[in-house]
Ligand binder design. Structure first.
Ligand SMILES: Nc1ncnc2c1ncn2[C@@H]1O[C@H](COP(=O)(O)OP(=O)(O)O)[C@@H](O)[C@H]1O
Ligand SMILES: [Mg+2]
Length: 323
């Protein structure tokens, strides 16, 4: 996994102008995704994961949004790119899949027609070739009767099937980078496992990089090479998945890992989650965002902890557990 850097996000900030002033949501997030790597961004709901992804894709449409920092894809600054160039990257070299497949699918066309359109828009392919490729992709997604499914409308498909169709559509142009925002959250456990399997195969067969957003450390453990833990708009901890699971240093990460369901005997046991809830954006403390929920917090946590990197493992905590 020592490939070239494909995506480089540096000090990304997303705020919204409101009647009460400017509300910061993503407060300076930096990470890289290397070629062929699966990087997971994990954190509870409201931590700014989706806005980070949408900012990278330039899909934040709110006119009150203020986005700063830099996003480089193959060295090219995406935040400064003219919209037509950005549009040709989207669904081409960078594809995104959403938690809700209906965001990406149009109800009025068959799913096959939508994949064909996507292929024809981004590749120099005729309709027949595009159609063959669409069917092949649906088959590669583990769909047993791809021709039949291609002829159906989104509402005629199950949630898991729609998710497969959306992944097929995202992969139809061989994206170098796939951004997947909670792609399995709405699905039952069996389908979830199949979709994760697909994402792994995708990396194996297409060599794509994946930025996988999730709130589930179990998902991270299954697929990610590296992980970025976000809390209240900032990075709490980041590093190689194996190192981070073996030696989590931030009290928040330790809490998240404690909440992974474990297989004990015949049943999954869900361990207690971290008490409390993340602060709403307008209630974020000025220092460490996690301090109000943290058993280790002291007076110093009223200051913002710097993100300190040691051996590729980054932690933002004054009371980080020593490695
Ligand atoms: N257009 C907006 N204006 C104001 N606040 C927003 C807007 N969009 C999202 N937010 C807020 O930003 C926070 C983080 O959102 P999000 O990135 O969706 O978090 P996550 O994906 O980690 O659950 C949420 O509290 C949400 O309410
Ligand atoms: Mg989200």
């Amino acid at each position: 996994m020592n490939g070239e850097t494909l995506l480089e996000v540096d000090d990304l900030r997303v705020s919204f102008r409101t009647g009460q002033g400017v509300l910061p949501i993503v407060e300076g997030v930096s990470f890289v995704v290397k070629a062929g790597e699966i990087l997971s961004v994990v954190g509870e709901s409201g931590s700014g994961k989706s806005l980070t992804a949408l900012a990278i894709m330039r899909l934040i449409t709110d006119p009150n949004a203020v986005i700063t920092g830099s996003v480089r894809f193959r060295g090219q600054d995406l935040l400064g790119l003219p919209e037509p160039a950005m549009r040709s990257l989207r669904g081409g070299a960078i594809a995104m899949i959403f938690q809700d497949p209906m965001t990406a699918l149009t109800p009025a066309y068959t799913v096959g027609a939508q994949i064909v359109e996507q292929i024809m828009a981004h590749r120099n392919a005729g309709r027949m070739a595009a159609r063959t490729r669409a069917i092949d992709l649906l088959g590669a997604m583990g769909i047993a009767s791809p021709r039949d499914i291609a002829g159906r409308y989104p509402h005629q498909l199950s949630g898991g099937m729609r998710q497969r169709v959306m992944i097929a559509m995202a992969l139809s142009c061989d994206p170098a980078l796939l951004i997947a925002d909670e792609p399995t959250t709405a699905l039952d456990v069996t389908v979830q496992a199949q979709i994760l399997e697909l994402i792994l195969r995708l990396r194996g067969e297409f060599g794509s990089s994946v930025l996988l957003i999730t709130h589930d450390m179990g998902v991270v453990a299954k697929v990610a090479d590296r992980v970025v833990v976000m809390y209240a708009g900032a990075i709490a901890e980041a590093g190689a998945t194996r190192a981070l699971f073996a030696r989590p240093a931030h009290p928040y990460t330790i809490g998240l890992l404690g909440a992974i369901p474990r297989l004990r005997g015949p049943r999954l046991v869900r361990l207690p989650a971290i008490p409390g809830a993340p602060p709403a954006p307008h209630d974020r403390p000025s220092g460490c965002g996690f301090a109000p929920r943290c058993a280790a917090a002291t007076g110093i946590c009223a200051a913002h902890p710097p993100l300190i990197t040691h051996d590729g493992h980054a932690v933002a905590c004054f009371h980080a557990r020593a490695a």
